[in-house]
Design a protein around this ligand. Structure first.
Ligand code: DAH
Length: 345
């Protein structure tokens, strides 16, 4: 019994020393793992010794156990240390020939286009006022773009000279007002929506016209919506956009889909110019004929003009951006000249 005990102690110390030697000699992760398996693995030398514990006399168990634990702790620590050393060496090797003190390479970052900036601001203000975002197709039919909006067949906007028609009879929407109709077909009052989007007209491109441009449409339908609601909403919106002191005026106008209709002007000082009235939007109270067209299309009376009223508005986003930043030529907004765009980044 005594002999066995002594040889057990010696065995533990021998395994410990052999393993520590193997660890320090390991030159890569594989050799290190082999040293670990050979001592602490399921069939490892130290594991085998631990299993011999059951034969150690009771009074010596404590001492042998402590020796075993110490060996395990030392081996584990040596394994960790060596692994870290190997990883560090691998990192150093990977960086060989690279000068980490060189300044970083310049990575150019982009910025948002002024039209995007303006649209996000406008949409943000209107959403805070309770309008929800809406969307509709850019390839439209005549019903949603014109007929339902009370625009007669002989209206100039319906001319092939002014509008891009497809052979199918469909067209590129000339305004975002078509989204009003689509939203009323699918929802019921109260309805508060805004629809930013692209519109198309066969215009000659010059400093104030593009054939593809952007609008922001708005519609509010409920019981008892009145002209003061329209004025208050749009005045608040424009003052938030252009500054709290901005003067706003409503000038009587005509649109087929609203009655009465107005154009809205704001008095603004465009950079480097004397303050003047600038037209920024069209608006009006939804014409009962539009509600009737929607009711016919829905085949119900959800938008009975005797029950509901509403206001609508539409504005050109390029125009708002030009006013906001004093941009003189609308073409700057589509040319993607970084010297121009960089100013907004
Ligand atoms: N659709 C008009 C345009 O393209 C803008 C407009 C005017 C929209 C009055 C409206 C409105 O909703 O009520 O010029």
């Amino acid at each position: 019994m005594k002999r066995r005990y002594y040889s057990m102690k010696e065995d533990i110390i021998r395994v410990q020393n052999d393993t520590l030697l193997a660890i320090s000699a390991a030159e890569d992760a594989r050799a290190l793992d082999e040293a670990r398996v050979a001592s602490l693995g399921k069939k490892g030398a130290l594991t085998a010794l631990s299993m011999g514990m059951k034969d150690v006399p009771q009074e010596q168990k404590g001492e042998v156990g402590a020796l075993l634990n110490a060996a395990r702790t030392e081996i584990t620590a040596a394994l960790e240390q060596k692994q870290q050393a190997l990883e560090e060496a691998a990192d150093r090797a990977a960086l060989a020939g690279i000068d980490p003190t060189l300044p970083a390479r310049f990575l150019p970052t982009g910025g948002l286009h002024p039209l995007t900036l303006l649209r996000e601001r406008a949409v943000g203000i209107l959403r805070r006022m309770g309008f929800a975002l809406a969307d509709g197709p850019e390839i439209e039919d005549e019903f949603h773009c014109f007929d339902a909006l009370n625009t007669p067949a002989d209206h100039p906007a319906r001319n092939v000279k002014d509008t891009f028609y497809f052979d199918s009879g469909k067209l590129l929407r000339t305004h975002t007002s078509s989204v009003q109709v689509r939203m009323m077909e699918k929802n019921v009052a109260p309805l508060r929506i805004i629809a930013p989007g692209t519109a198309y007209r066969r215009d000659e491109i010059d400093s104030t016209h593009l054939s593809a441009f952007h609008q922001l449409e708005g519609l509010y339908v409920d019981r008892d919506v009145s002209l003061p609601d329209l004025k208050g909403t749009l005045e608040a919106f424009l003052r938030e956009l252009f500054g709290s002191q901005t003067e706003v005026r409503f000038r009587p106008h005509f649109f087929p889909f609203t009655e009465p209709s107005f154009e809205i002007d704001v008095k603004l000082e465009v950079k480097g110019q004397a303050p003047r009235w600038i037209e920024v939007a069209g608006c009006g109270m939804v014409d009962p004929a539009v509600f009737e067209a929607v009711c016919q299309s829905r085949k119900d009376r959800s938008f009975d003009p005797n029950e509901v009223t509403g206001f609508a508005f539409g504005m050109g986003l390029e125009r708002l951006a030009m006013i906001q930043w004093g941009i003189r030529d609308i073409r700057l907004l589509i040319e993607n000249d970084v010297r121009f765009l960089r100013q907004f980044a």
